[in-house]
Write a protein that binds this ligand. Structure first.
Ligand code: GDG
Length: 478
């Protein structure tokens, strides 16, 4: 459905690739909606309710209905994608071009003109839908790499709006970004916003440098001055988690019991190491397991006293690169377990599956060492979730310096995930660390995580966006 109205009545509109609900079609063909789990929904729901706001997004299916629906006090406006658009816009340009390009080119990005055309078409559809639902001078908050053209398209349709954009993944250095044949269009798209948010300071700096070098705009610190008199601010807003919710869950009796049960089912290992990731080539799962396998092979650890539990949540399974990765990890786990496991004592307990939130909390509670080693990651919420669940101030976090979370969780055992020997050394250091040292580190990390949760993140962004006065051409900050 395309609205014929040019203006709606919502003072806040969130525009994200996905709606906060999944469409479930039953056997009888009837459609029901299920709230999707995840941090973004938790973060934005209270703010949307406060503003009686709207959420524009795709329902995850093909050619779905576009009738608005109500869910948890939010007004939801579905955007339909055709099977071809899912292939070209979503799996193609978003996940086959931008995702690898923005993550240090750890996989080779595909540059296909038909993928780009589809990206433009779908971004326009999102922009039109948002334009139709936003009230006069409303706040519109566009989320993530799938929708980088929306800010400029929306500004053209509705110059009265205050438009914010937040990128959840890294923004790459200029040397990588300039490979993109459509680099100028993406930069222009983002500059339609009044406020462009990044996870890390470095991402904001990369963006400002690029618009200065490539588009010739004047810049000063985090501000970009456009010819039409508008000012765009590039700022960093590190995302967080719902700390209180996770703490409450992790100290609950069922979760505590389940954590004990997990350890006993694994044969009461002296050290339980844990990895939790979407099965994605940016997460460094392969090299992490290889490092653990070598430690066993060399006798630095033994299956009698250490086990690695790796949860790899199925992800983007229709994209070739992801299928290949799955096969490679399957083979590696098979080899390590075949060579080094004993009856009832596998080296790696590998779970290619998705679990409910309470099971995740139980795993975090059960694990002595959380191993988070992405090759590049916008933030990495798993690292923060582990810390939030360690209410006894114990446990160790091994963390890649290439995750956004490394800026905040400085007391982690830091690793370069490309350095296998370094990773092995850090894992051993964490295994052998005196409890006193672990407590000191975990206390400091818990203080950091608790001091800034996901609602602070959302409120800080919205607070700053409110100060933008696009029609008055005033600077965002004095
Ligand atoms: C992107 C950026 C940035 C995982 N498996 C299960 C499950 N999860 C949950 C985790 C965590 C979330 O999924 C994953 O978040 P990450 O931050 O680790 O990674 P991405 O999915 O790549 O997210 C990232 C994030 O956006 C937010 O801005 O931090 O850098 O790449 O919350 O717990 N949850 C449940 N079952 C599972 O099996 N319930």
């Amino acid at each position: 459905m395309t609205s014929t109205r040019t203006q709606g009545d919502h003072d806040l509109v969130v525009v994200a690739n996905r709606l906060p609900v999944d469409r479930v079609v039953g056997e009888d063909g009837e459609t029901t909606w299920r709230r999707s789990p995840g941090g973004l929904v938790t973060a934005l729901e209270p703010i949307i309710q406060q503003y009686d706001g709207a959420w524009v997004g795709w329902d995850g299916g093909s050619d779905g209905p576009e009738e608005p629906l109500e869910q948890g006090g939010m007004h939801l406006f579905p955007v339909a994608l055709s099977p071809q658009e899912i292939e070209e816009f979503y799996e193609g340009f978003s996940n086959g071009t931008l995702w690898p390009l923005y993550h240090d080119v750890v996989a080779k990005p595909g540059f296909h003109r038909e993928w780009w055309d589809s990206y433009v078409t779908v971004n326009r559809r999102f922009a039109e839908r948002a334009a139709a639902e936003a009230a006069d001078k409303a706040l519109v908050w566009v989320q993530d790499y799938q929708l980088q053209l929306v800010p400029a398209m929306l500004r053209e349709l509705r110059p009265d709006l205050r438009i914010g954009f937040f990128l959840h993944i890294p923004f790459p250095p200029s040397e990588l970004f300039v490979q993109l044949p459509w680099r100028s269009q993406i930069l222009e798209g983002l500059l339609g916003a009044d406020l462009v948010g990044f996870q890390r300071r470095g991402g904001a700096q990369n963006f400002v440098r690029l618009v200065r070098q490539r588009l010739g705009h004047k810049t000063h610190k985090d501000l970009i001055y456009l010819e039409d008199g508008r000012t765009v601010a590039a700022e960093c807003f590190p995302i967080s988690i719902d700390v209180a919710e996770l703490e409450k869950l992790s100290v609950s009796d069922p979760v505590a019991e389940r954590a004990q049960q997990i350890r006993s089912q694994l044969g009461e290992p002296r050290k339980l190491l844990l990895g939790v990731d979407r099965l994605d080539y940016t997460k460094g799962i392969y090299d992490r397991l290889r490092a653990f396998g070598e430690l066993l092979e060399e006798g630095a650890l033994s299956v009698e006293d250490a086990v690695f539990v790796q949860v790899a949540t199925p992800s983007r399974e229709r994209v070739d690169e992801y299928r290949r990765l799955r096969d490679e990890i399957d083979r590696l786990v098979g080899r390590i377990n075949g060579d080094l496991g004993r009856i009832g004592r596998p080296a790696i307990s590998y779970l290619h599956s998705s679990y409910p939130r309470d099971e995740m909390a139980a795993l975090y509670r059960a694990a002595d060492i959380m191993v988070v080693t992405p090759l590049r990651d916008g933030m990495n919420l798993v690292a923060k979730e582990y810390v939030a669940c360690r209410h006894r101030d114990d446990g160790a976090l091994v963390l890649s310096e290439f995750a956004g979370a490394a800026d905040e969780l400085k007391q982690a055992f830091m690793v370069n995930p490309y350095d296998i020997n370094g990773m092995k050394a850090a894992i051993l250091e964490a295994v052998d660390a005196p409890p006193k040292d672990l407590t000191k580190r975990m206390k400091a990390m818990r203080k950091t995580v608790r001091s800034h949760d996901v609602s602070d993140w959302a409120e800080e962004f919205i607070g700053m966006l409110k100060q933008a006065r696009p029609d008055h051409r005033k600077r965002l900050r004095p």
